[in-house]
Design a binder for this molecule. Structure first.
Ligand SMILES: O=P(O)(O)OC[C@H]1O[C@H](O)[C@H](O)[C@@H](O)[C@@H]1O
Length: 253
């Protein structure tokens, strides 16, 4: 199947993530023994609609990507991304945040915060087409496709860093695994697995999100993405995103 993406009048070839890139984070190790090394997802990085847009995006130290995760299973688990943390910004005590938008399908964003090697918060956010989900500073994240439809999602993120995969690999995955059918299983290899908090997506008007408006359009109002490179100035946003006021019930299986 041709996986070229047309964006800004150009044909973009994806980077791919294969099963062999993420063997260490798979739940179903029996399945893994004989599983073929298939491509699990497609990443179209550093996109811009025009040269003018590209120059605005570069000037603000940002990147816009699209990721496509076809539906599938990793044995008994739903297909997911490898999982990573972002590095700390200088000595601020804060790592780079990120923001996602679901363009098509359904996503489960599984966030976790680690303090001195111990997981202290785990959050699951279910997002549908048009929903925006902010990954706050100091949270690692995995994206799960829990449906039988293709998941297409976009992200804005700082272009000033590389992701850190080791903590997820070391623990054999995130603090929880989502099995086909939706059951969440604790990962006993993680030091402490707090109960999951189910939160709503971060559809926050103050940072320029609007229902029915794709967040690529923020290229025309790019100061609204200032929190991605200067998270220290946005404590109100982190409080709002992580607040227990956004709690929803766990999905009924
Ligand atoms: O890096 P992975 O854990 O494989 O996750 C995949 C995604 O991660 C980040 O959020 C990037 O900004 C995306 O471009 C990428 O598609």
């Amino acid at each position: 199947m041709d996986r070229t993406l047309e964006f800004g009048g150009k044909q973009i070839e994806p980077d791919v993530r294969r099963l062999s890139d993420m063997r260490e984070v798979i739940y179903d190790i029996d399945w893994l023994k004989s599983a073929p090394d298939e491509i699990l997802y497609y990443m179209y990085r550093d996109l811009a609609m025009s040269r003018q847009d590209r120059s605005i995006i570069l000037d603000h130290g940002l990147r816009y990507d699209i990721t496509v995760i076809p539906p599938g299973r990793l044995g008994s688990e739903y297909v997911k991304t490898a999982g990573h943390y972002h590095p700390e910004i200088g000595n601020t005590g804060m790592t780079y945040p990120e923001v996602y938008e679901v363009l098509h399908g359904t996503a489960h964003y599984l966030l976790q915060r680690c303090d001195e090697g111990r997981i202290v918060d785990v959050v699951l956010i279910e997002a549908h087409e048009g929903d925006k989900v902010i990954i706050p500073p100091n949270y690692g994240h995995v994206t799960i496709n829990p449906s039988n439809k293709e998941l297409k999602m976009a992200n804005w993120v700082s272009r000033n860093f590389s992701s850190i995969y080791e903590p997820y690999k070391k623990c054999g995955g995130a603090a929880y695994f989502e099995l086909a059918g939706g059951k969440m299983v604790r990962n006993g290899r993680c030091d402490h697995q707090p109960d999951l908090r189910y939160l709503k997506p971060s559809n926050i008007g103050k940072v320029g999100f609007a229902k029915g408006r794709e967040m690529y359009g923020l290229v025309r109002d790019i100061e609204k993405l200032g929190y991605l490179n200067s998270p220290g100035e946005y404590q109100w946003l982190w409080d709002e995103v992580l607040s227990d006021k956004n709690r929803v019930n766990a999905p009924i299986l």
